[in-house]
Write a protein that binds this ligand. Structure first.
Ligand code: F6R
Length: 605
């Protein structure tokens, strides 16, 4: 999705903005641009290019200097990727420059009105509407001009605005699209993602929806869109700038898969309470009495986070004996759900900004529900909107597809399930058993990662498949779903996931030698049932790759993973399949970190 970066201070702004844009490249984009100025200059200078940030860099003219600027990477929504449609957008007099993330829903209507007033549009974008509205405002200050424009705009936005007549400031606003301020020493930054700020400052302020800010080199002010001042105390982010580098790996995905033992160690750190065989989750805001009153748990997320939520639901149901299920947030919010006061709702999101999840949370809160967040990005919109929650502490995830965040989210759910279980009926012995299992995870993950070379060979063997089937039963089913999603996202091989028990109700018709199956086969009470499913596949000459705790005779190949407690096995079984997807995509020469048509955080509907 689109990215914003802006700076006001004393440094040469163009290289700084280019570096910031490069840090946002992972989000996916099709064009880029920037506008700069300096206190002594009376005009705004612009450069834009369809393509990559390096194409923009190549176009930057000599003596393109300044100390204030805003820049953007665009992901086309209104109008095809082109130089003209890239941001920033300026008015015909080159006074106002706007970069915008989000979508102006009433752009067509506003455009028609402006055109009727004689405005000539240069681009096909919804953003240009905002530019003209701001430029035409008769208000005296830039803040007022922006506020007036936003009053008539419906939709979502994160914007940064510069004006040639007010060149000591950048004005920014947020409604549904992230805007983060970076507070420096006599310099201020703004971005849509911490990634673009972290090399310059760790002090950040995250704007709320309906909030605006004015950035000057040595001060910032935040206020609501109606003008009331708000208090914003900068938070210190702990993420290292180095987390955004590839650190010797060829891709972010590989780096992030490889980091999982450390990441899991982090989500566990400081949370285990041996004395009571439970865990402490400081941000939950749910006391024991309230926890006992929960009758049902509903987990909401999208994509990989929805799959993590499915495993979370089975952990909560298994350990805390509370009926639980996971549903795509994108579906939930549109079906006018019955909101039950005794249900605990949990929103899951790596980015904490996914629009469908955020909208579901807002709808739930409006209806009086209690909502927790299981989120990676500290201070993100969902984290702030929720009544409490658990941070998953995976560190920044740059690759578009999620790996380490999936694993850490599931571990965070295991902690939550243990916590709820120990408040309810989970015995001390079972609590101990799960804690011992959790402690074993980092070492076992490392062991799996050390088998990468073998998985790479298997990937070469399966990479020519046109289509693949993934099956699992009960706890294994979400593992199959997630593995099939990972494979299709980065290798573009068609993949389907089914509960193994459903095979004979239809999908068995697809099985033939050219359609290999990946079977999740843990050593648990369903082992024989899973073996029977493999038997059915073999009887149709289907090729099988099993992920199991011991060699599976019916399978053509087995990836063996270390055994943990039954409840925690799904965490480990997913990891070799991340590597399988990775090496399959690599063998096929795909752009692994930036798969086609996908963006890292989906902040629009
Ligand atoms: C898949 C993937 C996506 C995200 C989904 C939700 O690899 O990363 O399916 O999981 O877009 O994103 P978050 O977790 O940021 O809400």
């Amino acid at each position: 999705m689109c990215g914003i970066v802006g700076y006001i201070g004393k440094r040469d702004v163009a290289p700084l903005l280019l570096e910031g844009l490069a840090r946002l490249e992972y989000r996916g984009y099709d064009s880029a641009g920037m506008v700069i100025t300096s206190p002594k200059s009376t005009g705004l200078k612009m450069v834009k290019a369809k393509g990559r940030v390096r194409d923009l860099e190549a176009r930057v003219p000599k003596r393109f200097t300044g100390t204030t600027g805003i820049a953007h990477t665009r992901w086309a929504t209104h109008g095809a990727p082109s130089d003209i449609n890239s941001h920033p957008h300026m008015d015909p007099e080159n006074k106002v420059a706007v970069v915008h993330n989000g979508i102006v829903d009433n752009a067509a209507e506003l455009r028609a009105k402006l055109e009727a007033d004689g405005v000539v549009f240069a681009s096909e974008t919804d953003t240009e509407v905002l530019t003209h509205l701001i430029a035409r405002s008769q208000a005296e200050t830039l803040e007022e001009k922006v506020r007036e424009a936003l009053k008539v705009v419906e939709g979502t936005y994160g914007i940064a605005v510069m004006h040639a007549d007010f060149n000591d400031r950048i004005v920014v606003a947020r409604n549904g699209s992230p805007v983060v301020l970076g507070i420096g020493e006599k310099e201020m930054l703004v971005a849509s993602d911490i990634a673009a700020l972290i090399a310059h400052t760790r002090q950040i302020v995250t704007l709320d929806d309906g909030e605006m800010a004015t950035l000057k080199a040595d001060e910032f002010r935040t206020y609501t869109t109606s003008g009331t001042l708000t208090t914003a105390t900068p938070e210190t982010v702990e993420w290292e700038a180095a987390s955004y580098d590839m650190g010797g790996h060829d891709t972010y995905m590989h780096k992030e898969i490889s980091e999982q033992a450390d990441a899991v160690d982090r989500v566990l750190r400081g949370r285990i309470d041996e004395k009571f065989s439970t865990v402490h989750l400081g941000g939950l805001n749910l006391d024991a009495r309230e926890a006992r009153g929960i009758r049902r748990v509903k987990i909401l997320g999208c994509g990989t986070s929805y799959h993590a939520g499915m495993i979370g639901a089975s952990l909560i149901e298994g350990l805390a004996r509370i009926p639980a299920d996971s549903e795509p947030a994108s579906e939930f919010r549109y079906r006018n759900p019955v909101v039950d006061p005794d249900t605990l709702y949990i929103a899951v999101s790596q980015s904490g900004e996914t629009y469908d999840v955020l909208a579901a949370v807002q709808e739930l809160k409006r209806k009086g529900a209690r909502v927790l967040g299981v989120v990676n990005v500290v201070g993100s919109a969902i984290a702030r909107e929720a009544d409490g929650g658990v941070y998953v502490h995976a560190g920044p995830e740059v690759c578009v597809v999620s790996t380490k965040c999936f694993t850490n989210t599931v571990v965070a759910f295991a902690l939550l399930a243990l916590h709820l279980g120990r408040i309810r009926d989970l015995s001390v012995a079972d609590g101990k058993r799960i804690i011992e299992g959790l402690r074993k995870l980092p070492g076992q993950i490392q062991e799996i990662l050390e088998g990468e070379e073998d998985i790479k060979k298997l990937a070469a063997e399966y990479a020519d498949a046109k289509s693949m089937m993934f099956i699992g039963r009960v706890r294994g089913y979400p593992v199959a779903l997630e593995a099939s999603l990972k494979l299709k996202e980065i290798s573009y091989i068609h993949a389907e996931a089914y509960p193994a028990s459903e095979l004979k109700h239809g999908p068995l018709a697809l099985i033939e030698p050219a359609m290999p199956t990946v079977a999740i086969v843990p050593n648990d009470s369903l082992l024989e049932k899973n073996r029977a499913a493999m038997e059915e596949i073999k009887a149709r000459s289907g090729k099988i790759l099993a992920v199991a705790h011991q060699v599976q005779e019916k399978a053509d190949h087995t990836i063996i993973v270390p055994k943990n407690e039954d409840e925690l096995d799904p965490i480990l079984m997913g990891i070799p399949l991340q590597l399988l997807a990775y090496h399959t995509a690599l063998a096929l020469g795909r752009d692994i970190d930036k798969p086609r048509n996908l963006a890292k955080s989906v902040t629009v509907e």
